[in-house]
Write a protein that binds this ligand. Structure first.
Ligand code: AMP
Length: 190
């Protein structure tokens, strides 16, 4: 199985690249942000809870997020592999994921990080906000909070997998297809 974590700050292009990778490598794309937005759109209790955090650019609590992810993995037992986008976002989530996969005799093949600096990210997200319909993309304070949360809580996940020699950094600037080629080169050399 090819189980990838597509990593990087909000607005680094994870969603765009994940859609392309899913097609090429026939993987299941799991975006926890998309899963929360789906719940929110359907006004489910999980969606209503998640909205409280998402609207402020904060992380939804680990227990809730891990349970949702576990559910999603269990719904698709026969896939070639997963591409995780926006998960894990904290060290406890990474530890929970490793355990979850271990119980299925699976493991993470690699974490691939899209490297983009903070100011570029703010510009990109605010531009995306004009068309994405996402309230958390429209307010610069919320965007900056999301970046701060990323730097404080999520960036250490890179080191967690780096200690297992599984983390790879790829420059996230340039045309979409060029970044895609960089990702494919990294994946094909696993
Ligand atoms: P994203 O679409 O990945 O930018 O996620 C949008 C929002 O959903 C985040 O700002 C968080 O509030 C929430 N969220 C998504 N994934 C996670 C996660 N793994 N852990 C906690 N909160 C998450």
């Amino acid at each position: 199985m090819l189980n990838l974590i597509l990593f990087g700050p909000p607005g680094s292009g994870k969603g765009t690249q994940a859609s392309k990778l899913v097609e090429k490598y026939n993987l299941l794309h799991i975006s926890t942000g998309d899963l929360f937005r789906y719940e929110l759109g359907n006004n489910t209790p999980l969606g209503i809870l998640a909205k409280e955090y998402m609207s402020k650019g904060q992380l939804v609590p680990d227990e809730v997020t891990v349970a949702m992810l576990e559910n999603k993995l269990n719904m698709h037992p026969d896939v070639n592999g997963y591409i995780l986008d926006g998960f894990p976002r904290t060290i406890p989530q990474a530890i929970a994921l490793d355990k979850l996969l271990e119980n299925k005799s699976q493991h993470i093949s690699a974490l691939i990080a899209l490297d983009v600096d903070d100011e570029e990210i703010v510009d990109r997200i605010l531009l995306r906000g004009k068309t994405s319909g996402r309230p958390d993309d429209n307010d610069e304070n919320i965007v900056r909070n999301r970046i701060q949360v990323y730097n404080n809580e999520t960036a250490p996940v890179f080191d967690h997998y780096d200690k297992k020699n599984k983390s790879i950094k790829v420059p996230g600037l340039g045309p979409i297809d060029q970044i895609f080629q960089r990702l494919c080169t990294a994946i094909d050399s696993l």
